[in-house]
Write a protein that binds this ligand. Structure first.
Ligand code: SF4
Ligand code: SF4
Length: 297
């Protein structure tokens, strides 16, 4: 078996639903990214502007990088989008899960002498989705998510940088065709052209990352949303698989409702969410969301 095949086979054995290889090099979607930034679509994520230069070439992250392995882990499709917590937030934090599995993959590869690696899971400024496309994981759907022809678009992505040349995988063509289900389903009209999102209007951004108030039509559009938004992924017709390939770590836990959140102490929040992506958002913002949900009710 070639080294490429044995790496990708090991990635699947570790539980990733898809894995592929891209040749390292300069980023190809800088113009699109710059336009998105200039138009203010990054909302108050100032780190996007600060990290712009690093993103231009993956060598800025690892100078001797030659190849990039991209993996995708599947979480469930939310059958009831717009109610409560987004599915990806109901299981264990994907950063922890993917980092752990990518570290095992790195150990497997480093059995060969002279290989060095760097694991990246939202931890360094990289265009993860561009690399996922170049590694053949899928295409960029209209709602900006990577869509894999077998596994759909409820995927968390991780990246492993390597200092050796590997044969790249074949990218797959965009197969959205005439479909606009995600664009039409978005309650805040946050989906722009070219798979870009106006974060100032996106509920996934507003309920998770945004630090200030949420007011007016956006507050109303939140409906029962406590954390994240699955609406534009849940409608995607490529989510055809049932629950196959969903990692055990992403099994859903019992989540609190808005009233329980408002009554929650810091200690209880830590105990319930310390291994969840909700923990990064913090209790204060979760309570802000819960207060809005009760007002909307
Ligand atoms: S996550 Fe929700 S608000 Fe954001 S683009 Fe998708 S449907 Fe619209
Ligand atoms: S819902 Fe339709 S347009 Fe949106 S990503 Fe899926 S296939 Fe593409």
């Amino acid at each position: 078996m070639s080294l490429e095949n044995s790496i990708l086979t090991e990635a699947r054995r570790l539980g990733f639903i898809a894995a592929g290889i891209a040749a390292a090099g300069p980023a190809e979607n800088l113009d699109l990214f710059n336009r998105w930034l200039q138009d203010g679509n990054a909302a108050d994520m100032a780190f996007m502007e600060r990290s712009r230069q690093i993103r231009t070439d993956v060598k800025n992250v690892m100078p001797d990088v030659k190849s990039i392995i991209v993996v995708a882990a599947r979480y469930a499709t939310n059958k009831e989008p717009g109610k409560g917590f987004s599915t990806y937030a109901r299981g264990m934090d994907y950063h922890i899960v993917i980092r752990g599995k990518l570290s095992l993959l790195a150990d497997f590869i480093k059995k060969q002498p002279g290989i060095s690696t760097r694991v990246c899971v939202d931890s360094v400024p990289l265009f993860e989705r561009e690399w996922a496309i170049r590694a053949g994981i899928g295409w960029r759907g209209r709602q900006g998510q990577i869509v894999n022809p077998k596994a759909g678009c409820c995927l968390s992505i991780g990246v492993l940088l390597l200092n050796i040349v590997l044969a790249p995988s074949t990218p797959c063509a965009n197969q959205c065709g005439n479909c606009r289900l995600c664009v039409d389903a978005c309650p805040t009209r946050a989906i722009l052209d070219n798979g870009l999102i106006d974060c100032r209007r996106c509920l996934a951004y507003l309920t998770v990352e945004h630090k200030g108030d949420i007011q007016g039509e956006l507050q109303i559009a939140m409906g029962q949303t406590l954390f994240g938004c699955d609406i534009c992924t849940a409608v995607c017709p490529w989510n055809k698989m049932e629950n196959d390939g969903i990692l055990a770590e992403f099994q859903e836990r019992l989540m609190p409702d808005a009233k329980e959140i408002l009554a929650m102490s810091k200690e209880e929040f830590t105990s319930r969410f310390k291994d969840s992506t909700v923990f990064r958002t913090g209790l204060e913002r979760l309570k802000r969301n819960a207060a809005i949900v009760l007002e909307n009710t």
